[in-house]
Design a protein around this ligand. Structure first.
Ligand SMILES: [Zn+2]
Ligand SMILES: [Zn+2]
Length: 178
Protein backbone atom coordinates (compact mmCIF):
# COMPACT_ATOMS: atom_id res chain seq x y z
CA UNK A 1 0.00 0.00 0.00
CA UNK A 2 1.58 3.23 -1.22
CA UNK A 3 0.71 6.77 -0.18
CA UNK A 4 1.31 9.40 -2.82
CA UNK A 5 3.32 12.20 -1.22
CA UNK A 6 3.82 14.31 -4.34
CA UNK A 7 1.56 17.08 -3.01
CA UNK A 8 3.79 17.36 0.04
CA UNK A 9 6.90 17.45 -2.13
CA UNK A 10 5.58 20.23 -4.37
CA UNK A 11 4.26 22.11 -1.31
CA UNK A 12 0.65 21.87 -2.50
CA UNK A 13 -0.40 20.26 0.79
CA UNK A 14 1.08 20.50 4.24
CA UNK A 15 -0.51 17.34 5.48
CA UNK A 16 -1.82 14.00 4.28
CA UNK A 17 -4.02 12.21 6.80
CA UNK A 18 -3.61 8.47 7.25
CA UNK A 19 -6.53 6.42 8.49
CA UNK A 20 -6.67 2.86 7.29
CA UNK A 21 -6.48 -0.83 7.98
CA UNK A 22 -3.75 -3.11 6.74
CA UNK A 23 -3.82 -6.89 6.76
CA UNK A 24 -0.72 -9.02 6.47
CA UNK A 25 -1.12 -12.70 5.71
CA UNK A 26 1.43 -15.34 6.63
CA UNK A 27 2.50 -15.59 2.97
CA UNK A 28 3.46 -11.92 2.97
CA UNK A 29 5.58 -11.94 6.10
CA UNK A 30 8.37 -14.07 7.38
CA UNK A 31 7.00 -14.55 10.88
CA UNK A 32 5.40 -17.45 12.69
CA UNK A 33 1.95 -15.87 12.54
CA UNK A 34 -1.36 -16.63 10.87
CA UNK A 35 -2.32 -13.05 10.19
CA UNK A 36 -1.80 -9.51 11.40
CA UNK A 37 -4.62 -6.94 11.27
CA UNK A 38 -3.51 -3.38 11.85
CA UNK A 39 -5.63 -0.28 12.35
CA UNK A 40 -3.59 2.86 11.97
CA UNK A 41 -4.17 6.58 12.06
CA UNK A 42 -1.93 9.58 11.82
CA UNK A 43 -0.47 11.77 9.14
CA UNK A 44 2.35 12.63 6.84
CA UNK A 45 3.22 16.29 7.13
CA UNK A 46 5.60 19.04 6.19
CA UNK A 47 7.34 21.05 8.88
CA UNK A 48 10.24 23.47 8.36
CA UNK A 49 10.41 22.08 4.83
CA UNK A 50 11.12 18.56 6.07
CA UNK A 51 8.62 15.72 5.68
CA UNK A 52 7.62 13.55 8.63
CA UNK A 53 5.43 10.56 9.29
CA UNK A 54 3.55 10.31 12.57
CA UNK A 55 1.19 7.36 13.11
CA UNK A 56 -0.18 5.24 15.89
CA UNK A 57 -1.27 1.70 15.33
CA UNK A 58 -3.01 -1.18 17.03
CA UNK A 59 -2.16 -4.60 15.66
CA UNK A 60 -4.04 -7.82 16.29
CA UNK A 61 -1.45 -10.50 15.82
CA UNK A 62 -3.08 -13.88 15.30
CA UNK A 63 -0.67 -16.69 15.96
CA UNK A 64 -0.42 -20.12 17.58
CA UNK A 65 0.14 -20.27 21.35
CA UNK A 66 3.76 -21.28 21.87
CA UNK A 67 2.74 -24.01 24.36
CA UNK A 68 -0.51 -25.55 23.09
CA UNK A 69 -0.49 -24.24 19.46
CA UNK A 70 -4.08 -23.03 19.75
CA UNK A 71 -4.69 -19.90 17.67
CA UNK A 72 -4.58 -16.89 19.92
CA UNK A 73 -4.76 -13.12 19.55
CA UNK A 74 -2.04 -10.82 20.78
CA UNK A 75 -2.44 -7.02 20.70
CA UNK A 76 0.48 -4.74 19.98
CA UNK A 77 0.17 -0.96 20.09
CA UNK A 78 2.78 1.59 19.20
CA UNK A 79 3.48 5.11 18.02
CA UNK A 80 5.84 5.80 15.16
CA UNK A 81 7.45 9.08 14.29
CA UNK A 82 10.16 9.52 11.67
CA UNK A 83 11.59 12.00 9.24
CA UNK A 84 11.20 10.95 5.61
CA UNK A 85 13.30 13.68 4.07
CA UNK A 86 14.99 16.82 5.24
CA UNK A 87 14.59 20.40 4.00
CA UNK A 88 17.10 19.77 1.20
CA UNK A 89 14.96 16.91 -0.07
CA UNK A 90 17.48 14.29 1.03
CA UNK A 91 15.73 11.07 1.94
CA UNK A 92 16.54 9.81 5.41
CA UNK A 93 18.77 6.72 5.20
CA UNK A 94 16.33 4.35 6.94
CA UNK A 95 13.51 5.52 4.68
CA UNK A 96 15.28 4.96 1.39
CA UNK A 97 13.72 1.59 0.64
CA UNK A 98 10.26 2.81 1.71
CA UNK A 99 10.14 5.69 -0.74
CA UNK A 100 9.65 4.87 -4.36
CA UNK A 101 9.43 8.01 -6.43
CA UNK A 102 6.51 9.87 -4.86
CA UNK A 103 5.10 6.82 -3.12
CA UNK A 104 5.62 6.00 0.53
CA UNK A 105 5.08 2.35 1.46
CA UNK A 106 3.24 2.54 4.76
CA UNK A 107 2.82 -1.23 4.76
CA UNK A 108 6.57 -1.88 4.72
CA UNK A 109 7.15 0.88 7.25
CA UNK A 110 4.78 -0.73 9.75
CA UNK A 111 6.07 -4.21 9.09
CA UNK A 112 9.59 -3.23 10.14
CA UNK A 113 8.18 -2.18 13.51
CA UNK A 114 6.01 -5.28 13.86
CA UNK A 115 9.04 -7.51 13.29
CA UNK A 116 11.10 -5.68 15.91
CA UNK A 117 8.33 -5.91 18.50
CA UNK A 118 7.05 -9.35 17.70
CA UNK A 119 7.01 -11.58 20.76
CA UNK A 120 7.72 -15.16 19.80
CA UNK A 121 6.69 -16.48 23.22
CA UNK A 122 2.99 -15.67 23.13
CA UNK A 123 0.71 -17.81 25.31
CA UNK A 124 -3.09 -18.26 25.02
CA UNK A 125 -3.18 -17.70 28.79
CA UNK A 126 -0.52 -17.38 31.48
CA UNK A 127 -1.44 -20.75 32.94
CA UNK A 128 -1.66 -22.64 29.64
CA UNK A 129 -0.84 -26.29 30.35
CA UNK A 130 0.43 -26.96 26.84
CA UNK A 131 0.53 -30.25 25.01
CA UNK A 132 1.49 -33.59 26.55
CA UNK A 133 5.00 -34.35 25.26
CA UNK A 134 4.11 -38.05 25.06
CA UNK A 135 0.73 -38.22 23.32
CA UNK A 136 0.25 -34.62 22.11
CA UNK A 137 -3.11 -34.11 23.80
CA UNK A 138 -4.07 -30.49 24.67
CA UNK A 139 -3.87 -30.58 28.48
CA UNK A 140 -6.07 -27.47 28.79
CA UNK A 141 -9.04 -29.54 27.66
CA UNK A 142 -8.25 -33.17 28.33
CA UNK A 143 -6.27 -35.33 30.67
CA UNK A 144 -4.11 -38.25 29.73
CA UNK A 145 -2.30 -40.89 31.76
CA UNK A 146 1.15 -40.48 30.18
CA UNK A 147 2.68 -38.76 33.19
CA UNK A 148 1.30 -41.34 35.66
CA UNK A 149 2.57 -44.12 33.44
CA UNK A 150 6.06 -42.72 33.19
CA UNK A 151 6.21 -42.30 36.98
CA UNK A 152 4.97 -45.88 37.38
CA UNK A 153 7.62 -47.20 35.00
CA UNK A 154 10.32 -45.30 36.85
CA UNK A 155 9.16 -46.85 40.12
CA UNK A 156 9.12 -50.32 38.67
CA UNK A 157 12.61 -49.79 37.20
CA UNK A 158 13.71 -48.72 40.66
CA UNK A 159 12.11 -51.79 42.20
CA UNK A 160 13.96 -54.05 39.75
CA UNK A 161 17.20 -52.22 40.49
CA UNK A 162 16.87 -52.76 44.21
CA UNK A 163 15.85 -56.35 43.69
CA UNK A 164 19.11 -56.96 41.73
CA UNK A 165 21.23 -55.18 44.29
CA UNK A 166 19.53 -56.99 47.12
CA UNK A 167 18.04 -53.90 48.74
CA UNK A 168 19.09 -50.40 49.73
CA UNK A 169 22.55 -49.93 51.22
CA UNK A 170 23.69 -46.98 53.30
CA UNK A 171 20.28 -45.43 52.71
CA UNK A 172 21.44 -44.11 49.31
CA UNK A 173 19.03 -44.10 46.46
CA UNK A 174 19.86 -44.14 42.83
CA UNK A 175 17.56 -43.59 39.96
CA UNK A 176 18.08 -45.00 36.54
CA UNK A 177 17.88 -42.61 33.67
CA UNK A 178 14.70 -43.34 31.80
ZN1 LIG B 1 -1.85 -22.34 25.06
ZN1 LIG C 1 -0.24 -37.77 27.20
Amino acid sequence: MMIDISNLLIRKDNEIPIDCEIIYTSEQIDLNVDRIEVALSGRLFRQNDSIFVDVEYKANIILPCSRCLEITNYVLENNLYDMLCDSKGTVHEEMENLLNGHGFSIKEYLLDDLIINEDSQVLCSDDCLGLCPECGINLNYEKCTCEEMSIDSRFSALKDFFADEGGVENGSTKEKDV
